[in-house]
Design a protein around this ligand. Structure first.
Ligand code: DHB
Ligand code: FE
Length: 267
């Protein structure tokens, strides 16, 4: 029953939070500072920026929960594409685009335009998966997602793609670049207080969905990007590091990335 689970989770949470307060002899001032931080996160949040999530990310909580949740999916086959955290900048209302189209609505001067493509398969049978959703989003070269940046067109560097009959998808994107997570809110403040840097390695976000299969929320990381071994939100996993290569005979892109995806069947 949902109620039983709620009771189990809350009982343990309260026990651990009380133990934490006793362990550090938490003072009233420190408690109020924590409450202010929570309130600040709430005030900074909009439907396009999830600051509460950002705060939990810099303390590694979302990554830990991701690891716990997807251990089982990974167990069904060693070839299942690993998951990674959602992060605060996904949008539910990204437009559907056709395979072969571009998510790059405005090409920055320093952009490394790339063609990303690959095939979706059932991780157990190896069969291709047609008509599966590949929802992709990334930041521009200035380190900002389109909803953070007035100079980017709406839904720049985002799109929903559907695999064709052979399970293939493909689109133009940017070779991702490293950037700092927002420093104007409580997550940035926490990093400063802890003398930690704000950077994330260059990455592309993906959500892959198909009826009858476990959905995959993930991120892929350019093997040549800095901060791979000290991501400020702890999202990097071995199986998610990818190699961009030079693309030949395409005036629209200098780089390409072949990335195949394997999904775990339900049940
Ligand atoms: C976080 C994740 C991102 O993908 C990003 O671009 C910035 C922050 C996060 O997990 O907090
Ligand atoms: Fe991101």
């Amino acid at each position: 029953k949902a109620d039983d689970r709620m009771r189990e989770v809350m009982t343990a949470l309260i026990r651990h939070v009380h133990d934490f307060a006793r362990e550090v002899n938490l003072t009233t001032d420190e408690y109020m500072a924590g409450v202010s931080l929570l309130n600040w996160a709430g005030q900074m949040s909009t439907d396009r920026r999830n600051e509460g999530q950002l705060v939990t990310d810099v303390i590694g909580l979302e990554s830990l929960v991701d690891e716990i949740t997807y251990k089982q999916a990974a167990a069904s086959s060693s070839s299942v594409t690993p998951s990674a955290i959602l992060g605060p900048f996904w949008r539910h209302d990204a437009p559907t685009r056709k395979n072969g189209e571009s998510t790059v609505l405005k090409v920055p001067d320093d952009a490394k335009v790339s063609y990303m493509y690959g095939r979706l398969t059932d991780a157990v049978s190896g069969e291709p998966l047609a008509n599966a959703l590949v929802d992709v989003w990334q930041a521009s070269t200035n380190g900002l997602y389109e909803q953070q940046d007035e100079d980017q067109p709406d839904c720049n560097l985002r799109g929903k793609f559907y695999t064709d009959d052979e399970g293939n998808y493909g689109f133009y994107c940017l070779r991702p670049t490293e950037y700092p997570i927002p420093s104007d809110g409580p997550a940035g403040k926490l990093l400063d207080l802890l003398d930690r840097h704000h950077y994330r390695p260059g990455h592309i976000h993906l959500i892959i969905m198909k009826d009858g299969y476990k959905s995959i929320t993930t991120q892929i990381f350019d093997r040549e990007t800095p901060y791979l071994d000290n991501d400020s939100v702890f999202a990097v996993k071995d199986g998610l590091t990818v190699d961009f290569t030079e693309r030949k005979d395409d005036s629209k892109a200098m780089w390409e990335l072949k990335y195949d995806i394997a999904m775990a069947p339900m049940g």
